[in-house]
Design a protein around this ligand. Structure first.
Ligand SMILES: Nc1nc2c(ncn2[C@@H]2O[C@H](COP(=O)(O)OP(=O)(O)OP(=O)(O)O)[C@@H](O)[C@H]2O)c(=O)[nH]1
Ligand SMILES: [Mg+2]
Length: 453
């Protein structure tokens, strides 16, 4: 995709197709006002005033629909260009007919995300905020929506800007030194500079590490339910979902394929994955199942390890499992506690007794899951986090450039070289906010938007 003419007039239906009360059509660009005016019975539109009027067919003068038209004059509009929003009757007929009329009157179909792209190009928002618009539209949970709203309001942009200032401060120290070098004036203390570089690098690293938490808030946490055959994994999945989703039986090896289902607790989406029981097996299909279960663990954000209290070998398995996957946050779920009324109930940060059969302990388990995510990934109500691999890559590039600066400083290279690396780090940060983002990257971002946004 490429923007042919930044100021030509684009039109699209901004609401999803289908039967509904209202549909909204957007027109934006140099001719938006005149095109809108030629299609209605009014001869002027006041700015930011909701006019109730009629849209007429340009040739037959037949009424197409009763509508409400609002005119947002440049630059006080979403895109920054003159923009018209027309609310007409929903359904399959009215909005497409009005859109067709605007094409006849000179507008062209908007490309995906083109309204937001114009807002970005007109400086209404930076690229981080433009991406947050898409995140907000696609949010699947309360927590994802809140994170997108915080990002849209500029919280993440401010953080990146602050990092950038730290780097430009370092660059200006070095460049000042360059200017004075002929006069042999030393304007900085090497030690102090090193502290500044380390600080900036740590801050960049912390933001880069927020990606896991950001991804959890945006897409949900991937939570495999694993354990030995017959431990009660499928029973636990069904109990958490409150529906009979997976087949349960007393025969070990019942679940072969992975089953993923989501549920929401405290605004966080948990993508639960029921898996095949982990054991050595000669059964070819079961083997594929156990491999798939292990595969799921590589992407896991949190693991529920189900241990059957009835089965002593499950306890040995627990020990080995915790050792192998010590890098992951794991909750050991001691299941079938209903069979052992005399054993004390276990309830720690990482261990819990439950009965998937009787639904005992499940409320504690879901709270524990939320708390562990909070503890491990720092996800909470006011988290500011990156949610894009693109951001993470750019931050890592900035961090690496700073590492090179440090090395150059240690090996006594000239300021010129040091300043070059710092400038590279700054430019990596500018890619995030969109100051220096390439056309290809922009196309890739906006192509994933819906038409009309
Ligand atoms: N008493 C009791 N039985 C349970 C509980 N949870 C599961 N079971 C029983 O344990 C057996 C195995 O349950 P599943 O949920 O199929 O176990 P699984 O871990 O999914 O087993 P595989 O898919 O074979 O790996 C079934 O007979 C369940 O009824 C529980 O909390 N208490
Ligand atoms: Mg099962």
């Amino acid at each position: 995709m490429s923007i042919i003419d930044h100021y030509d007039t684009i039109a699209a239906i901004s609401t999803p197709p289908g039967v509904g009360g209202i549909a909204v059509i957007r027109l934006s660009g140099k001719e938006a006002y005149s095109i809108a005016l030629r299609g209605i019975i009014l001869n002027r539109l006041d700015v930011r005033y909701a006019h109730f009027t009629k849209v007429l067919d340009a040739e037959t003068q037949e009424i197409i629909d009763d509508v409400v038209v609002t005119y947002f004059k440049s630059p006080a509009s979403y895109t920054g260009d003159d923009t018209i929003e027309i609310s007409c009757h929903g359904g399959y007929a009215a909005a497409p007919a009005i859109l067709e009329l605007y094409y006849k009157l000179g507008a062209r179909p908007a490309l995906p995300g083109e309204f937001t792209r114009r807002a970005f190009m007109n400086g209404k928002m930076d690229l981080i905020q433009a991406e947050a618009v898409a995140d907000l539209i696609h949010a699947v949970s309360e927590s994802g929506k809140k994170l997108a709203t915080r990002t849209l309001s500029g919280k993440l942009s401010q953080k990146v800007k602050k990092l950038r200032t730290e780097l430009t401060d370092i660059a200006s120290i070095l460049e000042l030194e360059l200017d004075f070098s002929e006069q042999e004036i030393t304007t900085f203390d090497k030690k102090e500079l090193l502290i500044k570089i380390n600080e900036a690098r740590n801050n960049i690293f912390t933001l880069s590490e927020s990606y896991s938490g950001g991804k959890i808030l945006r897409e949900g946490a991937l939570v495999p339910i694993v354990g030995r055959p017959n431990a009660g994994k499928s029973s636990l999945l069904n109990a958490l979902l409150e529906e009979e989703r997976a087949i349960i039986s007393h025969i070990p090896g019942t679940t072969r394929d992975t089953i993923e289902e989501s549920f929401v607790h405290n605004g966080v989406v948990f993508r639960l994955v029921d898996t095949a029981g982990l054991r050595d097996t000669d059964d070819a299909i079961e083997k594929i199942g156990t491999e798939k279960a292990k595969q799921t663990l590589t992407d896991a954000d949190l693991v529920l390890l189900v241990v059957d209290l009835e089965n002593i070998s499950d306890l040995t398995f627990e020990k080995d499992f915790l050792k192998t996957y010590s890098h992951l946050p794991i909750i050991v779920v001691y299941n079938k506690v209903d069979l052992f009324p005399n054993i004390p109930f276990i309830d720690t940060d990482h261990h819990l007794s439950v009965s998937a059969l009787n639904h005992t302990g499940l409320d504690i388990l879901t709270d524990l899951m939320v708390n562990l995510l909070k503890k491990h990934y720092g996800v909470g109500g006011d988290t500011i986090a990156i949610t894009k691999q693109r951001h993470k890559n750019a931050l890592n590039n900035a961090g690496n450039a700073l590492l090179r600066t440090k090395e150059a400083l240690a090996s006594g290279l000239s300021n010129e070289f040091l300043a070059l690396d710092i400038r590279e780090a700054i430019s990596a940060l500018d890619e995030i906010t969109g100051h220096t983002t390439s056309e290809d990257v922009l196309n890739n971002i906006f192509d994933h938007f819906c038409v009309g946004k």
